[in-house]
Write a protein that binds this ligand. Sequence first.
Ligand code: ADP
Length: 483
Amino acid sequence: MKHILSIDQGTTSSRAIVFDENQNIISESQKEYQLQYPQDGWVEARPDEILSSVKETVNTALKKSGVEINACGITNQRETVVVWRRSSGEPIYPAIIWQDRRTSDLCNELKNDQNLEKEIRRKTGLLLDPYFSASKIKWILDNVKNAREMAKNGELCFGTIETFLVWNLTDEKNHKTDATNASRTMLMNLETLEWDDYLLDIFDIPKNILPEICSCDDTFGSISISNQKFPITGVIGDQQSALFGQNCFEFGEMKSTYGTGCFLMVNTKEKIYRSKARLLSTVGSKLGNKTSYALEGSIFSAGTSIQWLRDEMRFFDDSVESEDLINDNFDSNGVCFIPAFTGLGAPHWNSEIRGSIHGLQRDTSRIDLITSVFKAISFQTLEILEALKLDGVSVSSLKVDGGMVKNKKFLQLLSNTLSADIKKPVQIESTAVGAFKIALLGSGIKNINEIKEIGLYDEFKSQESSQLNNDYQIWKGYLKKNL
Ligand code: ADP
């Protein structure tokens, strides 16, 4: 039996899981680390803390497992930026986390030139926004003393988190990224999968600081840790990793992650779809020379709404209880909820709108309101499916993961709303599973057909409901009035 180490470096914690080749978990370890908020809209972390949290979880997971590791896969929070000295590996500034908005002004300035904005969208599939790495790298080069000069002299390296980890963990100190992570930097051309001189010029970033772009299943170097030595044979960004981990290998297969927010991604295979609903086009995976593209959308509030019901409305003490408080027939007694606590993401992209509740009556109950919140999350998913259809992408299957999918009633509601069957993996750690699978492929332990066989699912069969269709139209009506 062969064993794979999967490293999942997330926004608030790092995890390491040892799997056997059939995806059974042998051991795992998790460690949180601190984010810093030095100014309004700024979000940073210490790169050395990120690195030590990874090393610690790897050491613990390896010790607990007692097995020999054959290969390692890495998945990570995307877009976060680190710049370090080539000679010593010492970062010249903290990691700027993807949530950081300090470059809003710069992005707005660039947006004034509409042709430029269009060209960036055409080349990268992304929207001109501080979220992506490019403007953050520029900020570091412009604001850290001597950074530009050091960069010009070839003394600096840039990396998103996977690159920073590969550099620091490999014996060879390799400076490499993979195509999925590179596609989120706003510096890579989505068609050629190479760094793009036009984009580098706009953001004034010298090419020599950039890593080499590899396929996800390339060999990224070897790690020596806990008296073991093994190769890294898989690297992939977190959302793409979940797509892969959920076995969404065919056109139209979609995964939806219901955590704090909701992240949806659908496989569009070799074609780059340009969305009218401002969904992002991105690299889903690159295996060998084969690239699969994907469309990505996010809903800002999913689990947040459940937390709000728990913490502010005090309707229950634990999210688990919410399941029993959803009306059995999904009737919310006319109540409609718009979960726009921080604006609305795809397909509306409106940051001004705020949440609202409609249709309250004298007999409206706690159950009605709770049911309306779960319905709103389902309706938002349906809106994205409809937007995808307009873009020419019919979703053929939906797999779900994230903290909210423990709630079976919610999944039945979702399935009925979408008029589609839904699959939930028995192991809901899809992100770590994706990196595990890529590493299995990259190491040659299994081939793609064997990988497709791994993974068990619970299925939720859609039950037709004209009531839900009706409620969706009413909900959309309220939403339109608010937009
Ligand atoms: P993240 O990765 O974004 O931190 P998780 O995937 O861990 O989030 O999911 C946590 C979210 O799931 C929380 O917002 C919580 O309210 C929600 N949640 C957890 N259990 C349930 C449940 N049984 N029913 C509904 N929501 C739940």
